[in-house]
Design a protein around this ligand. Structure first.
Ligand code: ADP
Ligand code: SF4
Length: 694
């Protein structure tokens, strides 16, 4: 962080304390619950990650969903777990880490009802009525709860609240959000078909939620605050809860019962919309009514990274506390930076949802903007504190994409002398190019944060318009060379579905790569986009071409458009957008040949072939590293020795093409670890299973 220590008085309001039931939050920054792929399985990593948030100034730091009972087993996903007393010590690690910095610890108690697979516990799932989970194709159903089941559930929830207090939590949640909890399933008329006092009218459907709030207050309310997380709108019109009918009525009915309302939209993909589909503050239109109906503090989210936007939410009476999951992941020190007047140093979330992929892949959370996220314990990385240099090395970093920029930033912060050579006039590499595509403008924040930091450093020089050759590297005089020259898209069609070139792809002038399109190549229609990459780019390019009025077809060997984006919660929205734009979509189709203005498609199941008309093909299949400099240096060991170069390393896409997040991580990792003694040991701490008696 910079040297400024005075905060702009217009942000003072963000640092006012807020009373929450029996407690006081020290400011208005509230880290709402978020998943992280650590949960019960990696408690030390989890505790350290939350501790860093508290250190960064958040007044409240929450867990993710915490399962309260084996019949709410969300496996294979890794969330929090509080099934019995033996789960208390792991969660206490986290509350200790949070309390150390004067923050309040919140726990989101969850019974997931029909959303729980119970694959580990092998219990039957429970629901208001007999129902198959609409979010899963699993051949299992949830059974309708009897009155005795409802009484048991209330007892489990109460017991979990008491355990939560013993684990040191200050705020205990009753969760009715994201269509992921029993309390919400009871509220939803489409899921609640009961004819007893828990079904039918909204008063009846809300009975369970009311009872849970009352039970929790009665159990722990003397010293803990009781929060309700409630989805006021499901964005499905009259078929669901909506802010202008039942969402509003529930708040009106229970207005003063909890100590805090944490309100949002449902489901998770609507709540955590990416920047491609929603702007900062996008939930305001749904949640702004809540404060008019309650005197209790109201928390809401909206990917807030701008302090002015936050102040505006408070001043206009929309929210009392600024809720954040993703902005707190991208910059755990966001509150501290605003408090210290270091607005320039905020690492703004780009809204890409790479953080969500950790939960979906059951691996520790990662973040495009913050490479230390998830590494706080296992590698001891800290988002702001970096060890100083350990020697007199000087660095030549070649390529100013996300990887080279991050590497230079961190080496610079450590105090090394760094030259960052970039072939083009504009730094940023792929993020600069991709940020010009429809919906991806926020990608540029990856570049802008780093450039801004680099511009403040006397010891780092950026050499623009400098395409470096191997000969120039040995003449340059740096002791260490880092190659971050990126990658380029293949033209031959080789990717996942094709291990050999596609006939006609490498010979025709009408076959374009994503690089060609980003360089402004003129494409004529009708055009087919072949997406064997399965992340966002194929669909974004189809959208771009369609927006210019061309006839566009998207062909993919997967069973859906942008298949991997199920992990970023975007898949449904992406496919919907293409269909609405009039892009014709062929799924489960490979391309066999491109000839005479025709593309031969092959069904991935039957092998049956059909032809479609196309004057051009855009092929997004896989990439090749730009490894010319690395290979040339490898071939001239004597010259390298004579130049007294101690090490040459390739990082990011020129090492192995991957995500922007992986490139940033590689840049950080190199700068952080290049001076560690080499060895074959595992590069991080692990949480090994304790095999002593249970
Ligand atoms: P990464 O994602 O690994 O950071 P990018 O492709 O985004 O990779 O960025 C690589 C950058 O390296 C681009 O800006 C490109 O212009 C630059 N570059 C490639 N080759 C050279 C070279 N020989 N000298 C200097 N810069 C280069
Ligand atoms: Fe934001 Fe992307 Fe980081 Fe998630 S991964 S916090 S969306 S920058």
């Amino acid at each position: 962080m910079g040297l400024a220590v005075t905060r702009d008085p217009r942000f003072d309001i963000l640092f006012e304390p807020v009373r929450i039931g029996p407690l006081v939050a020290k400011n208005r920054f509230y880290q709402v619950p978020h998943c992280n792929g650590m949960g019960y399985a990696r408690p030390r990593a989890h505790a350290a990650m939350r501790g860093v948030k508290a250190e960064g100034g958040w007044a409240v730091v929450s867990t993710e969903e915490v399962e309260i009972h084996p019949s709410s087993d969300i496996s294979p996903y890794i969330e929090g777990r509080l099934w019995d007393d033996r789960d208390i010590p792991a969660l206490a690690l986290m509350t200790e880490a949070i309390h150390k910095y004067g923050a309040l610890a919140a726990i989101e108690l969850v019974h997931a009802g029909m959303s729980a697979s119970n694959l580990y516990s092998r219990e039957a799932s429970i629901a208001p009525s007999h129902i198959a989970n609409p979010a899963s194709y699993a051949p299992a159903q949830a059974r309708s709860m009897t009155k005795a089941d409802i009484r048991s559930y209330r007892r489990w929830h109460r017991a979990a609240a008491l355990r939560a207090r013993r684990a040191g939590f200050n705020i205990v949640y009753v969760y009715a959000g994201h269509s992921l909890s029993l309390a919400m399933h009871f509220l939803q008329s489409r899921h609640n078909h009961r004819s007893d006092e828990y079904g039918g009218s909204l008063v009846n459907r809300a009975r369970l939620l009311r009872e849970l709030i009352e039970d929790t207050k009665e159990a722990v309310g003397a010293d803990c605050a009781v929060a309700v997380r409630f989805a006021v709108d499901e964005l499905r019109g009259t078929d669901g809860i909506s802010a202008d009918s039942e969402g509003r009525e529930v708040i009106a009915m229970l207005a003063e019962l909890p100590d805090l309302w944490d309100v949002n939209v449902s489901d998770w993909s609507n709540d955590s919309k990416t920047s491609r589909f929603a702007a900062e503050g996008y939930q305001e239109e749904f949640v702004r009514f809540v404060k008019q109906l309650t005197t209790k503090p109201v928390v809401g989210v909206g990917r807030f990274t701008s302090p002015d936007a936050m102040v505006s939410q408070i001043r206009r009476g929309v929210l009392d506390m600024i809720g954040a999951a993703r902005p707190s992941i991208a910059d755990p020190f966001l509150p501290k930076k605003i408090e210290n007047g270091d607005i320039d140093d905020i690492r703004e979330c780009i809204g890409c949802n790479v953080c969500v992929t950790g939960d979906h892949t059951m691996t520790p959370i990662r973040c495009t903007q913050n490479p230390t996220m998830g590494e706080e314990w296992r590698k001891g990385w800290h988002p702001e504190v970096i060890p100083p240099r350990t020697g007199e090395d000087s660095f030549l970093v070649i390529g100013a994409g996300p990887s080279g920029l991050e590497c230079a930033r961190l080496l610079g912060r450590r105090g090394y002398t760094v030259h960052l050579a970039e072939a083009g006039e504009q730094p940023g590499g792929r993020v600069t190019r991709e940020s010009r595509l429809p919906g991806l403008a926020a990608w540029a924040r990856v570049r802008d944060y780093r450039l801004n930091q680099l511009n403040k450093m006397q010891n780092v020089e950026i050499l623009r318009g400098s395409r470096v050759t191997a000969d120039e590297v040995v003449e340059f005089g740096a002791t260490r060379v880092v190659i971050a020259t990126g990658s380029h898209w293949r033209r031959d069609g080789i990717g996942r579905a094709n291990c050999r070139p596609i006939r006609g792809f490498d010979t025709k002038r009408t076959v374009f790569t994503p690089d060609d399109l980003m360089d402004g190549a003129p494409v004529v229609g009708p055009v087919a986009v072949f997406d064997d990459d399965h992340y966002y780019l194929g669909a974004v390019l189809a959208e771009k071409l369609r927006l210019t009025g061309l006839r566009v077809t998207l062909v993919t060997p997967a069973d859906r458009v942008s298949a991997w984006t199920v992990n970023t919660l975007e898949q449904h929205t992406i496919q919907k957008r293409l269909l609405e734009l009039g892009v014709e979509v062929f799924v489960n189709r490979n391309i066999v040949e491109f000839s005479r203005s025709e593309i031969l498609l092959e069904c991935t199941y039957t092998g049956r072939q059909t032809a479609i008309q196309a004057a051009a093909v855009v092929t997004a299949t896989s990439r090749l590293p730009n490894d010319e400099v690395a290979l040339s240096l490898d071939a001239m060991p004597e010259a390298v020795d004579a130049a007294r170069i101690v090490s040459i390393a390739s990082i990011g896409d020129c090492h192995a093409p991957s995500t922007i997040a992986a490139a940033v991580y590689a840049g950080y990792r190199y700068a952080r670890e290049f001076d560690r003694p080499p060895g074959d040991e595992v590069a991080f701490q692990r949480e090994l299973t304790d095999i002593r008696a249970p």
